[in-house]
Design a protein. Structure first.
Lengths: 140, 118
């Protein structure tokens, strides 16, 4: 299925806000409420931060693709990068703790969407974030 | 670049009768959270019993690295027998703190004045 919105950014944190604006716009188009929109945007942002930090290890010049599409009654955002293999889904989901500084981003990703899955596709990492549309919007 | 889409978080610091206020405006994310972290730690350095109020009324978005900066600031404040309080939380940051189960860790006040007076 073709992406309805397809954005490519460099792996520079300066573009995180732009990516959030794009996905928030998609959420509005698909009639997500404020809470659901914020959750999807948060999952996307944490996924991109993980790509920059872990897959690209801080290199700010590498490509990241953000593809947004509607699949039935599910809004899907796919984040792709060509960095080191990094599977946030494989990490055990530990509840955040005051004293543990790591892991909050992965917890936020997995708590904010209905489904997320990771695949290594050749040189690409692909993380798909899926969130079901609100009932009133899905019926249209 | 500091303006436009990739604008940095703006930090204003001022001294009030009841403590030091950090007023934030903008998104706190991977790009901007190091600035917040440094501002908090600089205020706490070599001081004991300091009260810091972080006014988040201008923040609509905070990520896990921003939350980590606040938690680190709170821990550092406790170590130096000080306080770090949050004020004027918008729905977005509140959602993130609730989801990460850290909201109850902080003293959260509806207003900056309330946070300074308590």
């Amino acid at each position: 299925m073709a992406a309805e919105v397809d954005v490519r950014i460099a792996s520079d944190p300066r573009w995180l806000r732009l990516a959030r604006i794009v996905v928030e716009g998609c959420c509005r188009e698909f009639e997500f409420g404020d809470t659901e929109s914020r959750a999807m945007v948060s999952a996307l942002d944490e996924a991109l931060s993980n790509v920059i930090r872990h897959a690209y290890r801080g290199d700010t010049t590498r490509p990241i693709r953000i593809a947004c599409r509607l699949d039935g009654d599910v809004f899907e955002v796919e984040v792709s990068d060509q960095g080191h293999e990094f599977d946030p889904v494989a990490h055990p989901l530990q509840p955040p703790d005051e004293l543990r500084s790591g892991g909050r981003g992965i917890f936020l990703i997995r708590s904010s969407v209905d489904e997320c899955d990771y695949a290594r596709d050749g040189e690409w990492n692909r993380l798909r974030l899926r969130k079901r549309l609100p009932r009133h919007a899905a019926k249209r | 670049m500091t303006g436009g889409v990739a604008k940095a978080v703006e930090i204003e610091i001022w001294q009030a009768a009841g403590g030091t206020v950090i007023r934030l405006a903008g998104d706190v994310d991977m790009a901007s959270s190091p600035v917040l972290r440094q501002a908090i730690l600089d205020l706490l350095r070599d001081r004991s019993g300091t009260t810091i109020v972080v006014n988040m009324g201008g923040v609509e978005y905070i990520d896990s690295s921003g939350v980590a900066s606040l938690v680190e600031g709170l821990q550092q404040a406790r170590r130096s027998r000080g306080k770090l309080r949050l004020a004027c939380l918008n729905d977005g940051p509140r959602d993130v703190l609730e989801l990460t189960r850290l909201l109850d860790l902080f003293e959260v006040h509806a207003t900056e004045a309330g946070a300074l007076e308590s």
